[in-house]
Design a binder for this molecule. Structure first.
Ligand code: ADP
Ligand code: MG
Length: 351
């Protein structure tokens, strides 16, 4: 997720969504129906497609997904009142408090992923993200140097949150959570689980191009498009195998330009500024929450360090594109990606 307001470029999202899910024409081969519905939840369009099952079950399951994602969006929103907002108020006090149940599992998992990524994925930098203005309408100017430096000096990190059962405490009052880099993955995982609970096991939940799939579409796998970060079209296609999530972090998702420089919403916690070097990172993994956090972490890691961080995070299907348009792939990802046009990607084994 990036729980942005729903008015954030809905038409563009719709275009990405339509292009991102390549359903591959009509469904002659399989005799079971394919159901589809698009929800406006989580600040984005979420496209739910199910193969098989009956329509009443599908519609009931979709209503539940809508309710659950709506609830999660409110609970995990970084800058509107809700469970995460309350958590942030309490973290700033330094006192011990009972964590809201909607927030606790993500805090635990985020802490672990932060450690595994050498804190390049660092959801404790909520104040820095707010300073850059990415908590509201897209800003138009970068913040001043002194303000960035002051926040950097406070070095908020996830390991400064003490977790004792269901109770939390921050040892650094500068820790303010922003779960924008992981919450969409978590939400997509929950949505797919819910569909499974209804017996809908051939399904795809696509939140603006970030998605999780399971099963297949009749006798064919689900085919997913990966967007070209600097073009309008698709760069490549992946066919999912069983339970898989595909998440991309890109510098084109949310940005502003100032004096000819692009400032986007993925910040390097070391510099306090937008991470430089890559334009897009795509991760294929069996867990959407991990895929989402990992795509952000590898984006921050940049063109040299991403393989080491991917290995630490346990993700081995990765594609990255640098600012010159050069593509690097892990061997496992190279086996899975089919490019739309001739490309000469560099295959990079993980350490
Ligand atoms: P998107 O939301 O476009 O899919 P990401 O998953 O990469 O992209 O999430 C970007 C969001 O994560 C930002 O809008 C911000 O809320 C948050 N964020 C930015 N930099 C970091 C970081 N280094 N670690 C953790 N969260 C971050
Ligand atoms: Mg992410």
């Amino acid at each position: 997720m990036r729980p942005t307001p729903a008015d954030h470029r809905p038409l563009r999202l719709l275009a990405i969504l339509c292009a991102a899910l390549l359903l591959g024409g009509c469904d002659r081969a399989a005799d079971e129906p394919t159901w589809q519905e698009t929800l406006l939840v989580f600040g984005t369009l979420v496209d739910i497609t199910v193969h098989g099952g009956d329509e009443a079950t599908f519609r009931r399951a979709v209503r539940e997904v809508e309710d659950d994602l709506g609830y999660l969006h409110e609970a995990l929103h970084a800058w509107q009142p809700g469970s995460l907002g309350r958590t942030n108020l309490l973290l700033a006090t330094g006192g011990t408090f009972t964590a809201p149940p909607s927030v606790l599992p993500l805090v635990e998992q985020s802490r672990q992923l932060a450690e595994q990524s050498d804190h390049l994925f660092n959801p404790a930098i909520g104040q820095l993200i707010a300073l850059w203005g990415f908590h509201g309408e897209t800003p138009s100017t970068p913040p001043d140097e002194a303000a960035i430096a002051a926040l950097l000096e406070q070095t908020p990190r996830m390991d400064q949150i003490v977790i004792d059962g269901i109770r939390l405490r921050a040892t650094n009052p500068a820790v303010q959570l922003d779960l924008g880099a992981i919450a969409k993955g978590y939400a997509v995982d929950r949505a797919l689980e819910l569909l499974h609970d209804h017996g809908l096991v051939h399904a795809i939940v696509n939140a603006g191009g970030d998605l999780r799939a399971s099963g297949q579409r009749g006798d064919r796998p689900w085919r997913i498009g990966i967007r070209d970060p600097r073009g309008e079209g698709m760069l490549a296609v992946v066919e999912t195998r069983g339970n898989e999530a595909l998440f991309t972090s890109g510098d084109y998702e949310r940005y502003f330009e100032h004096d000819g420089v692009r400032y986007h919403h993925i910040l390097d916690p070391r510099s306090g500024r937008p991470a430089r070097g890559l334009t897009s990172v795509t991760v294929l993994h069996d867990d959407g929450t991990v895929a989402d956090a990992a795509s952000t972490a590898l984006f921050v890691a940049g063109p040299e360090a991403w393989p080491a961080i991917a290995a630490q995070l346990g993700v081995d299907h990765v594609m990255v594109i640098d600012e010159a348009g050069a593509i690097q792939l892990t061997p496992a990802m190279a086996e899975r990606v089919r490019f739309e046009q001739r490309q000469q990607p560099r295959i990079v084994p993980l350490p």
